[in-house]
Write a protein of this length. Structure first.
Length: 260
């Protein structure tokens, strides 16, 4: 990767739940950086803390200790307008279950973030046309979510996620509700956005196939980083990388069925 600029910095994040005298520790001091233009995956067994970590970065929940910096700014210090701007335009969140509004068409769902922030109509329409062509969803723009397949819904959601040109995309199990073909198409598109447009992506996944599109993977176990895996570009094939991912998953205990 040519650009070594740190976009996201996570420093010693800890998250406790429950009573202070007997807390449940979901995160026990997680630290890592995400570089500008990187496609980073996070994997771990159910209850390992990976979704808690993603939700801390998204400001859905607040860590008990530690710092999260985006472009050098501590997001814990954001409030009011800065926090709204961070959630609305600096990060894009891609959910497992799409989170589309059923009473809006595909076009309206995609344009919603720009409508909220008062983007000019001509610019919004130009962005929509570009993303619809890229994600191959022109034919569903006038449909409502109930008239779309799962794969179409997730590609509409991905277009909505990217239309505001966020600094980083946070993807939470984006292939979890998709069949194999739809999952592969979505990952091809996310990979293309990363490679062609330099989109920075941080993805939590249980799917080794999806993870094989990442340039680097962090494996979390019991609230700490257990292992890091990097794809040896440009020589390592995705199949070879996939095999190495499976080997680490087996070390975590139970293979792919247990890495949720």
């Amino acid at each position: 990767m040519g650009n070594l600029t740190k976009l996201l910095e996570v420093h010693d994040i800890r998250k406790d739940y429950g009573k202070p005298d007997s807390p449940t520790r979901a995160l026990r001091g997680v630290s890592f950086d995400v570089l500008q233009g990187e496609f980073l995956g996070i994997m771990g067994a159910s209850g390992s803390g990976k979704t808690t970590l993603l939700n801390c970065i998204a400001t859905i929940i607040k860590p008990s200790e530690g710092e999260i910096l985006l472009s050098g700014e501590n997001i814990a210090h954001f409030g009011g307008r800065d926090l709204a701007r961070y959630r609305g335009s600096r990060i894009g969140y891609l959910f497992q279950d799409f989170e589309l509004l059923d009473n809006l068409t595909g076009r309206e769902n995609i344009l919603l973030p720009l409508s909220i922030h008062g983007e000019k109509v001509a610019l919004a329409e130009a962005k929509l046309a570009e993303l619809a062509a890229f994600f191959e969803i022109d034919d569903v723009l006038q449909r409502f979510p109930t008239q779309m397949s799962g794969g179409q819904k997730q590609r509409v959601a991905a277009a909505r996620c990217l239309i505001s040109n966020p600094d980083i995309v946070l993807a939470d199990e984006p292939t979890g509700a998709l069949d194999t073909r739809s999952a592969r198409l979505l990952m091809d598109k996310l990979d293309g956005s990363n490679r062609q447009h330099g989109t920075t992506i941080l993805m939590v996944t249980h799917d080794a196939n999806a993870a094989s599109f990442c340039s680097r993977i962090l494996f979390i176990q019991d609230g700490v980083i257990f292992h890091e895996l990097r794809r040896q570009l440009p020589t390592e094939t995705r199949d070879a990388y996939y095999a190495r991912i499976l080997a680490v998953m087996a070390q975590l205990g139970g293979g792919s069925a247990n890495v949720l």
